[in-house]
Each structure stands twice: as C-alpha cells, then as structure tokens.
Design a protein around this ligand. Structure first.
Ligand code: NAD
Length: 288
C-alpha cells in the first residue's frame, strides 16, 4: 500500500491526513508538539464521525480510514512513498524539513503545502530537487475540491504526473501552476482579505456586513473576513508579508491584522478573530 507521511497536524495537515486515509492510503500524521498532535487527532476523528452522522460515510469506511492512520511525534521517511509537509509558512523550516529526507529516500515525492513561498527555493535545498513539488490544498481539505500542483523549476515531468495522479486518487481536481509568488489562488485571495481588513479598520462597515456584501453581492460562498478567521490570521499575515516582499505594497498587511495576531486572536483555531467562534459557529463581535 502507498505510504504517505503528513508533517504538521495543524489546520491543514489534519485535513490532508483525513483525505489521504479516506482515499485508502496508509497515512502517518506527525507533529513535534504533543498537544498539537492530540488536538489534530481529536479533530480528525471527530470529522470522520461527523461524516457518518451526516450519512456521507458508512461506519465501515470510517473504521477503515481510522485503521489506516497513525499519529506520531517523529518520523522515519524510509519506506514513505510521499511526504507532504504542512508546517508553518516559514521557508527555513520547510527547507530544513524536506532537505532532511536524504539521498537514501530517492523515490519519495516531497510535497509542500505552502500557500505562497517559492517551491523552487525549497527544492534547491534538497538532495534531489526534481522530486520536490507544491501540493496546495484548501481549507477545509476534506471538503475543498481544488489542489494546486505547483511546478518548481526543478520538478521533473514524471513527478508532476505522479502528483496529478495522486490528486485524482484523492478524488480532487488539480490545476498545474508555475512557481510564482502566491500561485493562482493566494495572490488574489490575499488582496481581497487585506482590503477587507483595511475597510473594517477605516469604518466602512462591520465585519459581518462586509462579509455579507461579498456573499450576497458577488456570490462568494464565504466573506473575506470569515475566510481569514478560518484560514488563521497568523497564516494570512505570513503570506501577506511574503507577497509584499515579492510583489509589492498592494499586499501590505494592515495594522489591525498585526494587532489581532499579537493578541493571539488567530481566528477559529483560537476561538476569536474577526468573529467569536464556538465550534463551527461564528458570532458577530461588537467591535474588533
Ligand atoms: P498551523 O499553524 O495550524 O499548523 C502547523 C503545525 O505544524 C503545528 O501543529 C505545529 O506544531 C507543527 N510543526 C511546526 N514545526 C514542525 C516540525 N518541524 N515538524 C512537525 N510539525 C511541526 O498551520 P496551517 O494553517 O495548517 O498551515 C500549514 C501550511 O499550510 C502553511 O504553509 C500554510 O501557508 C499552508 N496553508 C494553510 C491554509 C489554511 O487555510 N490555514 C490553506 C492552504 C495552505
């Protein structure tokens, strides 16, 4: 059976591991932080249970998916066919992690779930850069249909094919994009998110009204501020800073975003961001 290691059991890693286990792959979810691993495990198992309650998954499929997942604080890449990293958006961390999978694991496809960083730069730090690729999943990974396959300058044609085939086996749709800052999605998504925060900051409307305007006026399934809460304010701040450096001041993160991140108000994952969260339920805040 194909062995997949997913590194980082935060918002994305947990969702990706659920997808790979559900699709029939033997999956190991890894985190250096024991408490984060425990939270990830609870979220993943609860998500599978919800699938059964909603009739989207049979009890047998849930049990089979559970039996295919292991939760670990360390990993040994020998024997893994595919490694997908979903650690924080920090290029040095990603380089260090993927380059640690040395030459003896030549066959392992090394994928990064980065939202904006250079896959080419990450690949350059690795022993066999031709096997490094971006696999950009969306949040929540079990629900969202798209995976951007990001082709680094060094990625071989064979490994692009392996990645698109994997996405197909996960039941998702891929688009193959060149390795440019923000790819095809984050570049537009961040502009919208940062502008919505600037509008909130300057008192144009409340967070809920800005979101409703885009949901009803433009038929976006979710407004940009609620989406920022879902993604994580710290994650969006890191992407905005990177895109500002790479592409220009139109991506500059507003002071309100920095203030909320400094206060530990990171969105849904900490219970508060532009909304107050209770599970999946977002309540309006009187002021931000
Ligand atoms: P997160 O902060 O929720 O989770 C990151 C996890 O990685 C944490 O649990 C942390 O303990 C763990 N970690 C840190 N260093 C590690 C190491 N050396 N080894 C193992 N685990 C380690 O972050 P996230 O929101 O899941 O984002 C992860 C990546 O996915 C980022 O690159 C981000 O840009 C990208 N991404 C995020 C979203 C989103 O909506 N949040 C969407 C698409 C892509």
């Amino acid at each position: 059976m194909t062995e997949i290691i997913v590194v980082g059991s935060g918002t994305m890693g947990t969702g990706i591991a659920e997808v790979t286990a559900h699709a029939g792959f033997s999956t190991t979810l890894v985190d250096v932080d024991t408490a984060a691993l425990q939270r990830g495990m609870e979220r993943l198992l609860a998500s599978l249970r919800r699938g059964v309650e909603k009739g989207k998954l049979s009890a047998e499929d849930e049990a089979a998916a559970r039996s295919r997942i292991r939760f670990e604080t360390t990993f040994d890449p020998s024997g893994a066919d595919i490694l997908i990293e979903a650690v924080p958006e920090n290029i040095e961390l990603k380089k260090q992690l993927l380059s640690s999978v040395g030459a003896k694991n030549e066959a392992t496809l090394l994928a990064t779930n980065t939202s904006s960083l250079s896959v080419t730069e990450i690949a350059a730090a690795c022993v066999r850069p031709d096997r490094v690729i971006g696999l950009h999943f969306f949040n929540p990974a079990p629900v969202m249909q798209l995976v951007e396959v990001v082709r680094a300058e060094q990625t071989s044609a064979g490994n692009i094919e392996r990645a698109t085939e994997l996405v197909k086996r996960l039941g998702k749709t891929s688009v193959v994009v060149r390795d440019v800052p923000g790819f095809a999605t984050s570049r537009l998504g961040i502009i919208l998110g940062m502008e919505a925060i600037r509008m909130l900051e300057s008192g144009v409307a409340s967070a809920a009204d800005i979101d409703t305007a885009m949901e009803l006026g433009y038929r976006h399934p979710m407004g940009p501020l609620k989406l920022t809460d879902l993604v994580g304010l710290d994650v969006r701040l890191a992407i905005a800073e990177h895109l500002t450096k790479e592409l220009g001041p139109q991506f500059a993160p507003p002071p309100l975003l920095r203030r909320l991140v400094r206060a530990g108000k990171l969105g849904k994952k900490t219970g508060e961001g532009f909304y107050v969260w209770s599970g999946n339920d977002a309540q309006k805040k009187p002021t931000v």
